[in-house]
Design a protein around this ligand. Structure first.
Ligand SMILES: *Cc1c(COP(=O)(O)O)cnc(C)c1O
Length: 390
């Protein structure tokens, strides 16, 4: 069976976790601090704050920008539901705009058209690791005095060329960037998230909020030679990462460059192999973007049954996923007014298939995937001919 994804973990991660267990300090401590430092250095940020996952990171980012009840945040429906959920967790409502069908990312024109008097912020997504068009999105937001959060859950190590300079996602290029360490992402801690921001005061807020609004952390009290009493100036959350997770994260960071290099080579090979199948549209990487290829998304030709293709591939031992979900089509969002067309988002969900891609993947496995896809398309064409003949 060829899975859709597979984390790259080794004995180093095992030993790092064992060392934390032996240390007796399992909650947020020195491993988390080291992970934050390594992460900030890798993405070129001045600071990074670790949290329990990317959804809690998005929640804190939105809160720090002042998003609250009756506000609107412009974002994409074409994303994992956590993007929109984080907006609702602030009491605000998402306003969904469509994607550019070539990059599967927020259309800057659609964003511009959706900004209104209730808009409080923009939440753009670097979907599947492909940087969204910040060169156009940021000026639109700034023209309207709106802060921008980057949902960079999938985009660890992706790069974008802005004003002629290549920069790593999370530098951060907007106000705040949020990352995920879920096993489906580039590097993993099981569950985990990270916030980077250009604003010192927001970073301070994140640190306060993630530990119940407590002004003296338990690590500081533990080390203090004087009795310290903590106080709670704001209502916070428990959004902490554990040292067990961060110890894994620290090992994963040493693998990051290798993981991305491997993923880029594998994506290159998929491009070459798919060139023989002109009916399938491979993903498009603009000249100003370098994706980490968190997902490799192909678009099937019109009229081909997506589910049937995926089933034939599964029968041949190849796991796939359909295109990115559309949040506005889920029952939880049925009561949201959708003011803007979302046709490209829906088409991407219904016509795209994500192919397996993981750093350990072999050329033989890739060939098996492409063969299975080819066979599935042949069967589907035959099926269509039979249907039209009857
Ligand atoms: C995975 C993902 C999230 C959620 O990340 P968690 O760490 O699982 O909370 C949010 N946004 C996008 C685009 C994602 O892919």
């Amino acid at each position: 069976m060829i899975p859709i994804a597979k984390p790259l973990l080794g004995v180093e991660e095992e030993e790092a976790v064992a060392a934390v267990v032996r240390s007796g300090w399992l909650s947020q401590g020195k491993e988390v601090l080291a992970f934050e430092t390594a992460f900030a250095a890798r993405v070129g940020a001045a600071r990074a704050c670790a949290v329990s996952n990317c959804t809690t990171a998005l929640h804190l980012a939105l809160l720090a920008l002042g998003v609250s009840r009756h506000d609107e945040v412009v974002t994409v429906s074409h994303s994992f539901i956590a993007t929109a959920n984080a907006i609702r967790q602030c009491g605000a409502e998402p306003v969904f705009v469509d994607i550019d069908p070539a990059t599967y990312n927020m259309s800057p024109d659609a964003l511009e058209a959706a900004i209104g008097p209730a808009t409080r912020a923009v939440l753009c997504v670097h979907q599947m690791g492909m940087p969204c068009n910040l060169a156009r999105i940021l000026p639109v937001a700034w023209k309207h005095d709106l802060p921008v959060i980057e949902d960079a859950a999938c985009a660890i190590g992706s790069e974008i060329c802005l004003d002629g300079t290549w920069q790593t996602i999370g530098a951060p290029l907007a106000d705040v960037a949020c990352f995920s360490f879920h096993p489906r992402k580039i590097v993993t801690t099981g569950e985990g998230g990270m916030l980077t921001t250009r604003h010192v005061h927001m970073d301070a807020r994140f640190r306060l909020w993630r530990q119940h609004g407590m002004d003296v952390s338990d690590t500081v009290r533990h080390k203090a030679r004087q009795v310290l009493f903590e106080s709670y100036s704001v209502t916070g959350y428990n959004y902490r990462m554990t040292d067990l997770q961060a110890a894994i994260g620290n090992q994963q960071m040493t693998r990051l460059d290798d993981i991305i290099a491997r993923r880029r080579r594998l994506a290159e090979r998929y491009h070459e192999m798919l060139a023989k199948m002109p009916e399938v549209a491979p993903p498009f990487e603009p000249g100003w973007a370098r994706s980490n290829w968190q997902s490799y998304c192909v678009r099937l030709p019109d009229g081909v049954d997506q589910r049937a293709v995926m089933q034939v591939m599964l029968d041949r031992g190849v796991a796939t996923r359909r295109g990115i979900m559309c949040t506005h089509l889920e029952p939880a969002y049925a009561d949201t007014r959708h003011r803007y067309p979302l046709g490209e988002s829906e088409r991407a969900r219904d016509h795209c298939v994500l192919l397996p891609l993981y750093p350990q993947m072999t050329e033989v496995e890739q060939a098996t995937v492409v063969d299975a896809l080819q066979r599935a398309l042949r069967l589907s064409r035959r099926g269509r001919r039979t249907r039209s003949a009857t």
